[in-house]
Structure formats: C-alpha cells, structure tokens
Design a protein around this ligand. Sequence first.
Ligand SMILES: [Zn+2]
Length: 782
Amino acid sequence: MKTITETKSIVRLIVAVCAGLGSLSAAIMPVPDKISCAVADRQAFTQPDQVHLNGWLGSRVMANEANRLVKIDVDRLLEGYRKRPGRQSWDGEHVGKWLHAATLAWVNTGDPALRQKLDYAVAELTKCQLEDGYLGTYLEKDRWTAWDVWAHKYNLIGLITYMRYTGNMEPLQACRRMGDLLCNTFGDEPGKRDIIKAGEHVGLAPTSVLEPMVLLYRLTGEERYQEFCQYIFRAWEQPNGPKVISTLLTQKRVDKVGNGKAYEMLSCLNGALEYYRTFGDPKILEACLNAWKDIVANRLYITGAASYGELFHDDFDLPNVANVGETCVTVTWIQFNAQLLRLTGEARFAEQLEHVVLNQLFGAQKCDGSAWGYYVQMEGKKPYSGTLDGHCCLSSGPRGVALIPTFAASTEADGVVVNLYDAGTAKLNLKDGTPITLVTEARYPAEELVRITVGLGAEKEFALKVRLPAWCRAPSVQVKGQPAALTPGPDGYVAVQRSWKDGDQVELRFKLEPRVVVGDHKNNGKLAVLYGPLVLTADADLLGDQVKGIKSVAFSSADLAALAVAPEPSPDKYKSWPGAQVFRVNAIPRQASKSGQPVTTVPIRMVPFADAGANGSNYKVWIPIGQTEGNLLLEEKESRSRQGNVSGSITDGDPDTFVVTFEGKPAAEDWFTVTLASPAELKRVVFVHGKTFHDGGWFDASAGQPQVQVQTAEKGPWETVGVLKDYPSTTATSAAGLTSSERFTCQLPKVTKSYGVRVIGKPASGDAPQQAFASCAELLAE
Ligand SMILES: [Zn+2]
C-alpha cells in the first residue's frame, strides 16, 4: 500500500493548507431565504467550502478555478452590456454563468483574487442595468425577441448565488428590478407579452427563467414572483407552448417535448424541480422522474452525453458523430441529477453523476482546465477552445466542475453520505449539528482501495452511507477491519449504522476490472471497453508503430480474455494526475490482408475518455469487431468540395459516420475525394450515400448520374471513368426513395492505376431551394 501512504502525506499536507483556508471559509454563512421549502431535501446541498477534494476529481476542480475561472477577462464578459448590442445574440449569458461558477469556486478555495474579480463583475454588471430594470444586451427595438430573457435568467442565477455566499446584498435591488420587469412584461393578462414568443425553441429558452424566479421568490418572499412562476407553467401548456409537464406525464418522452432541444429543456426541468422543492406539487416530480427514466433508458450515450445536434432524438438514435454531446447539455444533465439526488436521496442519481462527471464532463474539460469543448463526440478530435465567442458551452463547463464538491458528500436524516470517491476531506454536520469530518485516502479510480477515516468529538451513533458503484461486481466494505453487510437499503446506499468513535475507519474495495459493451442499433458490430467507472478510448497517439491510424483499429471479438485489458501508468504526455493510467488492449488491423494471411494481434493503448485526444489526436470510443472487406481507400486522405457541418469520415470503413457539404448556399457541383499516399490498381469504386435530409443531402440526378473520376497521375487532372448507374432518378427536390447508407457500385472499364478517386455530382436542395448539399458515408475501392 505504498501509494496509499504517499497519498496520506499529501492528504495531510493539503488538509493543513485547507484548514487555513477553512477557517476563512467556515465564516461563510449563506444568506437565509425568507420562504422555507415545502419539500425538505433528503440529502443536503453541501456548501463547497465543506468539501475539499485532492485526488483526480480534486485536480480537475482546482484546475477549473486556477486555469479558467480566475483567468476570465471580466471586461469581455461585460462588453455587450456596456455597448449594446453585444457582438453576438446570446453574448449576455456568459457573465451570469461565470458568476455562478466563480462564486462556487471561491467558496471552495477562498481565493482572494477570485473574490476581487467577483466583486468587480457584480458592481460593473449592475451599473449596466437600464432605468426600467432591463439587464440584457439588446437594443430597445429588438427586446424580447431571442435570447434576452435568457440573459436575465443567468444574471439572476449568478447574482443570487453571489449574494447568498458573499453576504453582499447590494445586487438585490438589481435582481428585484429584473424580476419586476419580467413580471410587468410577460403574462396571460391583456396587454402583456406572451413569454413563449420571447425566445427560441418553442419557448423553452425564455421560460427556463423559472429557476431563478423561484430562487428570487424564496429570497424575497415577494408573491408576484411566485405568480410569475405559475404563469410559466400555464404558458408551457398554451396551444403554442412546449407542453413540458403534460408530455412528460402522458408520453413520458423528452424528445416529444417542444422541439426536443436538450439544453433548454433540462434548464426548464431544473427550474421545475426548484419549484417542486418550494411548493411540493407531486405531479412536477413525477414528470421530472419520467424525463430522467426516459433519458437513461433511451437517449444516453455511453459516456453520459445526452444529445446530438443539440436535440433529443428517437429511441437509441445515437450516432457517434453529428454534433454529439453539447457540453451545456452535459452540465444541465448533471444539475438535473444533483437536484433529484437532493430531493429523493436515492443512489441511482449519484451513480449517473459519477459516470457523467468522470467521462463526458472531464472529457469536455481540457486536462489542465484552461479550455473546453463544445461538442465532445464519441470519435474525432476534442474541439478545445478558450474563447467565449458563440460558445455557450465554454461558460457552462466550468459550472459543472464547480458543482462537484456540492454533491460529492452530503448529510441526510440518518447520517452522512459519500456519493463520489476521491481523496480529500468533507466537514459535514449531522442534522442535530454534530460536526463530522470524513478524511478519504484514495487513488480512485486507479486503485481499488478507498479508506475513509471518521473524525468527531465524542462517540456518536449515526449511519455512514456509501454507494457501491453499479459497475463493480465484487465490492467489499470493512469497518475497523471487520466485513460489513453489503445489502443496499431502499435508497440504494449501504448504510453502516453504528456508534462511531473518532478515528474509526471504513475501507471500501471496488475491484477494478475491464468489461465490454457490445454495440447495438447505430453501433452494431462494434465494441466499447470500460474499466471500472471509465469508458476507454482508442487514441491515435497511443496505437504504436504497427497500426496505421485510428480507422485501422479493430477487435477480433467481444471476448474479454482475448482483449487482455491491462492498466499501465500513463506516459508523461497523458499523465493528467499522479494516478493516471492507460490500458494495454489486444487489437487487430481493421483491413484484411490481401494474401489471406492469418490475423495478427497488435497491442495498443487505450486511454480514459476524459484524457482522450488531450494532445489534439484522433480518438474513438466504439471500435469495430472483425476485419473489413478489402478497401484500398481505408484511412487514406479524404476531402470534399465544401467542408459542411458534420465531422464524420468517408474512409473509416464505417457507414454510420458521414459527411455533408452543407453550408447554407447553393452550388453547381459537389464532390467527395480520397487521395492515396501511393497509387493503387482499382477495379471498382463503391459510393455509400450519407443521409437524406429534408433540405438535401443527395445528388440531383435529373441532368445525369453522379460521376466517378480518378487521377492517373499524381495531382493530375480528373478523368471520368464511369457513373453510379444504379443511382435513383432523384431531382433537386426528391430523393426518390434514397435511404441512409445505400451503396452504389461503379465497375471501372479496366483496372486503372489511380492516385485519387472522387464522386462528383449536382447537390440537391430538398425543401430549401436557396441552398443545396450532398452527403457521403463512405468511399471504397477494390
Ligand atoms: Zn452549449
């Protein structure tokens, strides 16, 4: 247990440091609400100064503060308010989101530099409020047309969080004036505006102001804010409304609510749960639980991502690339689970939190905390960026990480609960006020042992509840060296109920093992590998010399023994924390050998999704099983006439990932090209259609079928060698029954030595004649 001992000294050191800050942080007494809630939380919301993490989770929490939140240029956040309109229609949201995240981070660290920034931002933001209470970034003539109720939402969330923890109530007047303006502007009485029409996504965006309006009601006791919240519930059910609660109670599907926009809908549901906490209408909780069950069962990616193209789609419609995994959705999904965990006290929500935090959330955060990804897909490259321009997700990600200490450990009626496992300290109070300290030593999830030492004054009886992770087949719990019963209670936790003494220890062992998930639906014929709580990912940087690239990786079968997954310490460039690991796995080359030689196993290293693509490399979660037909274009260089807005590939041997040439503009022709590193003798070319959209995605064959062209000299001219003769009789507006991934073969008139291959044709425009585009899933050649 050498590493535990090492960790221990680090833990002690950090505890000592935190104790210094702790005395400062302990002075933080949140400003109480005027209105108490009708529904008592089953698990308390833990104030971030009570929990200090310093393992892997802690490293990400600290990086979020030190490399992102404290480095934000506050004047950039305020730019659109100081000089309206902002540079971009939802630019106003960033300052409120930052205030929320930065306040939580400041409560956690006590960093005076961050506090100074917070005070400055609050003073400067409130100066920008107009006479009538308006605090958005729009010009008067454009008010309430798109994203300014939305900006008021985030300003209220940010300012209320700031007031609650700093005790500086100066912004209260600004918040009341914002609330009053919303109440005076929107309503179903004559002369007031319809809030559904005041923003995007069937009104889901503007009505998500519900959450802070409930908070403002509780803080001030002002009844008109409660009435405004009731109006939002009525507006949802209006003929033009998104029918949030009624749909979730009857159809029980989130993709049927409004237009299915995931971030805005989850934001509304987080507000609905805040309303339920305050007033206790059980139908609201039922609707939200239906939404949760539906997402978990039908609409969740293996990493905890919950949308593609920013929407919830049909059951199991989860493509690996198609603007998958918006980080705003990841964060609102975390908030939704954290809300449900508080309200119900059930471990199943903590289980989801662990999974989404360790995989999708950390996968979106650059390991050093400095940047974030917008869409963090199941394969491709991580789109890390540090700029806020147009990037809603870059100010959402830090909110998710700043929330981790609030649910990592908690208090409930019977005692204390541990939800997430990480080295660190939690200073909690039992319901009767008795202070309890939990010191955790762990290198989770790199090592199986988690040791929790209880610190308290006098001997005391209470329950210490622990969550046995669902992925773990063989957990064990020992109390003072004696095995404890492992049967979870109705809430899903194992409760160790006893009379505790200072220094008593609980040792949890979560046997870390690999497991495989065989893909279904869109991942038929593919495999994902997991290790403990981690989703593993093939990374182009770690494949070794024997594998050409990420598209050339396959597994021989789903047999775990044949994969021989084994953890190893990470090489330096992937060492994002001291316990970081990579995983040796037996792969095979995707491409069958021409000579029919037996398949040779090639060891590769996989990396946790959180660390994948950290250095800009290509990564992939779902790996094909078995070898592909001989395809001379596999992994060769691809290009297309227009870049489009889908980041798939046509040379990966995977017909489910596709590319488009969509740019919202017309074009006379579009092409998809593969250029070979060295020339190959081609006999036939196969074009696999991508996807048919309402506004195009196919070739218009009315003036001729798509042509197949080759280059017979390096960088030479394109020569037409045939057409896709089975291509249907499409027109600009009709796809003539063309289906996704449909294949069309062109037999070349003779074997042709080629340096490049392309398919070229006229793009179609569907129901949007001002533009046209084509799509392609795969270009193959033999
Ligand atoms: Zn976003």
